[in-house]
Design a protein. Structure first.
Length: 240
């Protein structure tokens, strides 16, 4: 996982914590205000009926102000400021120590994009989103797609030779008629995904989650050994 993605997760977590604190204090304010109103009404009613005035005065004068006397709101606001201070320091620290991008495209979101027929060979797309994207007949030979989100993407006819799909999320993807020779398809989540007519010679499907029927079909034409992992395609699919 890249540093930028870790920072995004950190910021999201900090914001969730801040929202939780604010929500709790707003609830506390409403609860305290309700108690005050109820106390005043009860005090007035008891004072009139019992004619003692003591309970009425006690209840009627009871005031809970969440903005005064070191209330929980003030203390929690300090916690909020503390959260943002930590996040700011980490952002500066990560920003100063962040290495160059080195040609990586992980900052780009390609969700629903149509890049059919383009030459993306050798690209570093680790951690990007290609969900719903159309990549028909796109050249991605040797590209890095580790940890990418490929849900419902269409790779029909694409050149995926030697592509590293390790840990990608590829449910309901169309890999029909693709060139997957020597691809590293390790740990791929590929439920509902089709590989009709795909060339899988030398591809490594280790620990990949596939539909049982797709595994059966792939085993009918599995052959070769992956040059990167050294594992035979049939062995990686568990073919008998």
């Amino acid at each position: 996982m890249t540093i930028e993605r870790n920072l995004d997760n950190l910021l999201s977590l900090a914001w969730m914590q801040i929202q939780t604190i604010i929500d709790k204090n707003m609830i506390a304010q409403v609860s305290q205000s309700s108690k005050k109103s109820l106390g005043e009404r009860m005090g007035q009613r008891v004072g009139r009926k019992a004619n003692t005035g003591s309970m009425g005065k006690t209840w009627g004068k009871t005031t809970i102000d969440p903005w005064k006397d070191g209330s929980r709101w003030n203390r929690s606001w300090g916690v909020v400021q503390g959260y943002w201070g930590i996040v700011l320091l980490l952002a500066v620290w990560l920003g100063l120590g962040m290495p160059p991008a080195q040609g990586q495209d992980f900052k780009v979101n390609y969700t629903l994009a149509d890049v059919s027929g383009q030459d993306w060979s050798g690209r570093n797309l680790e951690g990007t989103s290609l969900a719903g994207a159309t990549l028909r007949y796109t050249n991605l030979a040797g590209a890095n797609l580790r940890g990418t989100i490929l849900t419902k993407a269409n790779f029909e006819g694409a050149n995926l030779e030697g592509v590293d799909f390790t840990g990608a999320f590829a449910d309901r993807v169309n890999f029909n008629q693709t060139n997957l020779r020597d691809a590293v398809v390790v740990g791929l989540i590929a439920t509902g995904t089709s590989f009709d007519g795909a060339d899988i010679t030398g591809a490594d499907f280790s620990v990949t989650i596939l539909d049982r029927y797709q595994t059966f079909l792939l085993c009918q034409r599995a052959s070769g050994v992956n040059p990167t992992t050294g594992l035979a395609t049939r062995a990686s699919l568990g073919c008998r």
